[in-house]
Write a protein that binds this ligand. Sequence first.
Ligand code: IPM
Ligand code: MG
Length: 355
Amino acid sequence: MDFKIAVLAGDGIGPEIIAQALKAVNATGKKFGHKFAFSPAVVGAVAIDVTGSPLPQETLDICRASDAILFGAIGDPKYDNDPKAKVRPEQGLLAMRKELGLYANIRPVSTFRSLADKSPLKREIVEGVDLVMVRELTGGIYFGRPQGRSEDGKTAYDSCVYTVAEIERIVRLGCNLAMARRKKVTVVDKANVLATSRLWRETSQRIAPEFPEIEIDYMFVDNAAMQLIQWPGKFDVVVTENMFGDILSDEASVITGSMGLLPSASVGTQTSVYEPIHGSYPQAAGKNIANPLATILSAAMMFETSFSLHKEGLAIRRAVSESIEAGFVTVDLDNANPRSTSEVGDWIAGYILNN
Ligand code: IPM
Ligand code: MG
């Protein structure tokens, strides 16, 4: 088959890790007989430098014309210490979510046996953890209006807004994911305090009978934050709103101790974005030391989720697992005998082609 892929490398280590993912995609195409047309486009601080906008119209047009989008990272320290900056790289990310209708952020979190000792939690707590965080991405307090300041500047406000349709869509997506897994869904909210959360709970309860095989439970977000650390192994699919999901998915990402390994998909109404969950890691930019595995695994998610090509996704996953087992990894995973970003990318592409 033929696919059009928009390639948004972005800032910091973005270009280096995306280059390795493209090697894996090309190797997979060669092995399974698929062709790809890659369209590079700028986003983030790099895009501000060139065009003045963190998400130029041309980039958006390229994204809309693509079957999937591979995304590196955005963010540059020169904006972090300047709260008055008029345009910020992060605005590009939020605009992309809204413009492309990327309503579901999916972050799988699972343990690689040989890396369990990297976790800040005890081995027996993290071993066997296999959960998926499903975060609603285009609603809630991130986008709710009104938002702003009073005229005298002494009061500020954000609004948390959700519609039934938005909640139904994400809860159904979570339940469908769970059907292919352990059939357990935890809906996280703050229904004891927030009106939007009560709508979440009411709507989820109404949807639940559509999935008679799924066991759905409901949990307040503060309790969920605690239980994720105490018993991460008991979660299967966690579905939650935008802000709670932002916080809980960062928490979940460190459970396994291998943040550099975690991919994500942001599923859209027309096209979807695949990106590592780690950021632009500016300190490592250009040094050929960053871990490319999360981006390569994001490409595996792209094959599975956007192209419905499961053997292809599995071939990439297997190559990544083998590289870890073989100890052919970057410095974050092996201080004593580290391989470079591009060496790991070449090894994985080679493994895909030859196995
Ligand atoms: C994320 C990030 C973004 C968010 C920031 C960079 C705007 O933290 O993707 O989780 O808050 O959604
Ligand atoms: Mg976040």
